[in-house]
Design a binder for this molecule. Structure first.
Ligand SMILES: [Zn+2]
Length: 65
């Protein structure tokens, strides 16, 4: 697996190393590395929220029912 979310690759692809505010946990200065597209809206989540979404915790938050 390539390190798409670390180091050189990350800095080359994202101007601020992907840092910003996570729309789910609302932390600032976290690296937003995981993109979701829901209803043509793009959400970029931090690592923690990504794993939370994967385990089903935040599914309601990103997928409107
Ligand atoms: Zn988050």
């Amino acid at each position: 697996m390539s390190k798409a979310h670390r180091g050189k690759t990350l800095k080359a692809e994202t101007p601020q190393s992907g840092r910003g505010k996570c729309p789910l946990c609302r932390r600032t200065g976290v690296k937003l590395l995981y993109e979701y597209e829901i209803d043509e809206k793009k959400l970029v989540l931090c690592k923690q929220c990504n794993s939370a979404v994967k385990s089903g915790k935040f599914k309601e938050a990103i997928v409107p029912t």
